[in-house]
Design a protein around this ligand. Structure first.
Ligand code: CA
Length: 216
């Protein structure tokens, strides 16, 4: 919580504490961007009118750096333009003071719930990270575009990273029942994957299948 008003700050932190949350309370805008950007929190409650640094600037700074922490604005700035500005700057919700503590807690729960629903189970091995829900691939810190079938091959190899996967299993992962499979199509996808990622990433295990190598 970033809040300079001692009465509101005390009431909210007591309410959050009673509801079972651990609360760190920052009393001015200095250092708030760093704190909010650390990634150790489930939620930030952010006042806008703060000493040293305005809350809106803190919010923009966090989002500019790619910070994904849910941020709920709590402020006395109550105009429609202010609300639009706050939400467009990347806030997940906006609550105007004076607010009811129970409503704040309900909104906090909703924002945290949405955030957890968004986070998907990533699989990583060495410097390769795949996100099966978002269909995203990150290799050595860089996002890589794959076709749906290339992704399916990679996903099959990443189910048990490092384990050998037979060619039949790869075909099952990529092609539906009754689909026509070209005789060397898996090899074609593997060729593309090696070209887009690394020639060393997918190893042939002669007569058995393929496996992912753990690359730094
Ligand atoms: Ca304030």
């Amino acid at each position: 919580m970033v809040e300079d008003d001692p009465m509101i700050g005390r009431a909210v932190s007591t309410g959050l504490h009673d509801a079972g949350y651990a609360v760190d309370w920052l009393r001015d805008g200095g250092g708030a961007e760093t704190a909010v950007g650390t990634g150790v929190y489930d939620l930030a409650l952010l006042d806008l009118g703060l000493p040293r640094r305005d809350g809106l600037e803190i919010l923009k700074g966090v989002r500019r750096k790619g910070g994904k922490l849910p941020i709920l604005i709590i402020t006395a700035r109550d105009s429609v333009a202010d609300r639009i500005c706050g939400l467009d700057a990347g806030a997940d919700d906006y609550l105007v003071k004076p607010f009811d503590l129970d409503e704040l807690l309900a909104r906090a729960r909703a924002v945290i719930r949405r955030q957890r629903g968004r986070s998907s189970p990533e699989i990583s091995y060495g410097s390769l990270v795949i996100d099966p829900v978002r269909r995203e691939v990150l290799f050595q810190g860089t996002s890589v575009d794959l076709s749906a079938r290339e992704f399916a091959v990679l996903e099959a190899l990443m189910k048990e990273p490092g384990a050998v996967v037979s060619r039949d299993k790869l075909e099952d992962a990529v092609y539906g029942w009754g689909e026509e499979i070209g005789s060397n199509s898996i090899e074609v996808h593997l060729h593309h994957l090696r070209r887009k990622l690394s020639p060393q990433l997918i190893r042939n295990v002669r007569g058995v299948g393929y496996r992912i190598a753990q690359l730094p």
